[in-house]
Design a binder for this molecule. Structure first.
Ligand code: ADE
Length: 251
């Protein structure tokens, strides 16, 4: 999986995506993250990349040309490598579809994504019309730029790429897998601030442990995220598990 990020702040990316699991996946060449500094494509002697908005009003608008040329540089590199496909271009913006695990899964099937990070008051609409295939928001709030959202997108997609997570880190039993939240986890010591690890986890009885974990996932989703819970279609076993644990909680 390749990511090319068009940004005014390329330095931010290595700081975050050079460490830990994503850093390791990059070193192992399972994913490639390349940043392109839009400013390098300014034709202006002061390397200017923004200008006043037509029609007036506050703020500055990112000019179309440096972004377009930065985008073309990615296509030219592909051409040079004799790779003849067109990568999907995603513009990070609060106007996009709101990201969720379903969209992450869909995007993880692509072989190459180009991410465009906006700044200031926005980006000249014409370059968006010309190059962007998809607009993604990471939530209904406004950030100062698309860099954090791009990193969120890269992180969430990368961990679904085979080989990025080790078996132990595997994503099969985690929050939002199957639309359920993750069950509570414990590690040593056995007792912390007078709180003990639940007996069932100390029992070594794997069937009971799995049942308890499933039950906790159902309960958490029901209580913490009713919006996610309402999208589930539970089978009879799950319904009984949930009923049982909710009754216990009421006692
Ligand atoms: N740029 C500014 N705010 C954003 C958001 N919430 N999601 C994606 N890109 C953004």
């Amino acid at each position: 999986m390749k990511f090319d990020v068009l940004t005014l702040f390329p330095e931010i990316f290595d700081a975050v995506l050079g460490e830990s699991i994503i850093g390791r996946a990059r070193k192992n060449n399972i994913i490639q993250i390349n940043t392109i500094n839009i400013r390098d494509f300014s034709l202006n002697k002061h390397r200017k990349v923004d200008d006043y908005p037509y029609g007036g009003g506050g703020g500055m608008v990112m000019m179309a040309q440096p972004i377009y040329d930065a985008y073309l540089s990615v296509l030219e590199r592909l051409n040079y490598e004799r790779l003849y496909y067109k990568p999907r271009v995603i513009y990070l913006s609060p106007q996009g579809r709101v990201l969720n695990q379903q969209i992450v899964k869909e995007l993880s099937k692509e072989q190459h994504l180009i991410l465009l990070c906006g700044h200031y008051e926005g980006v000249d609409e014409r370059v968006i019309e010309e190059i962007v295939d998809d607009e993604i928001s990471i939530g209904d709030y406004v950030l100062t730029g698309g860099e954090l959202p791009a990193m969120v997108l890269i992180d969430s997609i990368s961990r679904l790429i085979p080989g990025v997570l080790s078996n132990e880190e595997s994503y099969s039993q985690e929050s939002h897998y199957e639309g359920l939240l993750e069950y509570p986890q414990y590690t040593r010591p056995y007792e912390f601030c007078k709180r003990k690890v639940p007996d069932v986890l100390m029992s070594g009885h794997h069937e009971n442990i799995n049942r308890w974990r499933r039950q906790q996932s159902l309960k958490r989703t029901y209580l913490k995220r009713p919006d996610l819970f309402n999208k589930l279609s539970l089978d009879e076993t799950d319904r009984k598990l949930l009923e049982e644990v909710l009754e216990e909680t009421e006692k």
